[in-house]
Design a protein around this ligand. Structure first.
Ligand code: OSB
Ligand code: MG
Length: 370
């Protein structure tokens, strides 16, 4: 494959319900849609699902825009590659910037799948027809508002609920949800909001039968996660910490992760995500597929990956309608009885991009040629 043109589109979709984590609150999302056109005219799609602000990691929408347009796209255009991992090697000089890299990587995998005439899941060796879906619920202004959200998603059939927590919003929401919905499969995600000196509250959460506690401490603090994992019965899950397969190997060596959240964006693409999956499978560490509020393109890539055998826990990959009134792909990604079907309606990412909807929601474009 040789790319002749890469177009970046800044696409804005309103959220049906605003989302708050331990660090910020959002009512709409802007992602970069990557359209890569090969010399033969075939088109591959990718998505940079970076948060707007550099709070989850160091990247932001504008850092992705700049790094894609100034570095990643020019390094790939006009240079032939056979496999998407070869394409990734052509841009290996760019360090970090995983969200930016993932957007272009996805477009390369889409083209590769089309060349082989196979949907991405099949290319990756993922056999599952559908994957169990959970939802990630943000911090709400009140406990009642949170219970209303939980109620809606339990009624929709989702198989587990994840609550965002932070100091001051932890024990109370967990108790309230468990009291109102006994037996609900529940886990929590702190997005690095605790310091190791605050272990006592996490120890109190232990014993509530949570499926896991996700990323309580700073991304770089593998040692404190390892200590916590040794002390708690509740599994400790890493998200922000696991940026590369090498970091994952260190985390496993230290016993810092009982469970791993795999995100295509955070790891910089499907290749490294598959590597992390394979390492965890060998180590007997269960994984699940996290999300970054992806539009349909990124959601489709997540689902293809989540069909691999190590993904034994419910994902954060819900139907698009949890977030957006109307997605930019067809058929829409939906959860039925808490299961989301892995898209296989065409080769590559497995579904079609609705060009009309895409252009209606595009606020800016940048076309890069060799
Ligand atoms: O930590 O998993 C996270 C969204 C933005 C930033 C970080 C996280 C999340 C989510 C959303 O939890 C999961 C989803 O895409 O539904
Ligand atoms: Mg997380």
């Amino acid at each position: 494959v040789t790319l002749a043109e890469i177009e970046l589109a800044l696409v804005r979709l309103d959220l049906v319900h605003s989302f708050e984590t331990s660090s910020h609150r959002k009512s709409y999302l802007e992602h970069i849609v990557v359209r890569a056109t090969a010399e033969d005219g075939s088109v591959g799609w990718g998505e940079c699902a970076s948060p707007s602000d550099p709070f989850y990691c160091g990247e932001s929408t504008w850092s992705c825009w700049q790094v894609l347009g100034e570095y990643l796209a020019p390094m790939l255009l006009g240079r032939p590659w056979d496999h998407p991992e070869d394409a990734a090697r052509l841009t290996a000089k760019v360090s970090g910037n995983h969200f930016a890299r993932a957007g272009l990587d996805m477009a390369c995998w889409d083209l590769y799948g089309q060349r082989r005439g196979e949907p991405l899941a099949d290319v990756l060796g993922a056999a599952a027809e559908a994957v169990p879906a959970g939802v990630s619920l943000g911090i709400e202004p009140t406990i009642d508002a949170l219970l209303a959200q939980v109620s809606r998603h339990v009624a929709d059939g989702y198989r587990r609920i994840k609550l965002k927590i932070r100091p001051g919003w932890d024990l109370e929401p967990v108790r309230a949800v468990q009291d109102a919905f006994p037996g609900v499969a529940l886990q929590v995600d702190a997005n690095t909001a605790y310091r190791p000196e605050q272990e006592a509250v996490l120890a109190e959460l232990d014993g509530r039968g949570l499926l896991m506690i996700e990323q309580p401490y700073a991304a770089g603090d593998l040692l404190s996660h390892a200590r916590l994992a040794a002390r708690l019965d509740t599994p400790v899950c890493l998200d922000e910490s696991v940026t590369t397969p090498d970091v994952l190997r260190t985390a496993l060596h230290l016993g810092a992760a009982d469970v791993v959240n795999i995100k295509v964006s955070r790891l910089g693409g499907l290749g490294p995500s598959k590597t992390v999956h394979d390492l965890c499978l060998d180590a007997g560490v269960p994984v699940w597929c996290g999300g970054m509020h992806e539009f349909g393109i990124g959601r489709a890539a997540n689902l293809a990956l989540a069909g691999l055998p190590g993904f034994t826990l419910p994902s954060d990959v819900s139907g698009s309608d949890k977030y957006y009134r109307q997605d930019i792909v067809t058929p829409p990604i939906r959860a039925v009885d808490g299961m989301v079907t892995v898209p296989r309606s065409r080769p590559g990412i497995g579904l079609d991009v609705d060009l009309g909807r895409l252009s209606r929601h595009t606020t800016r474009t940048w076309t890069i040629r060799p």
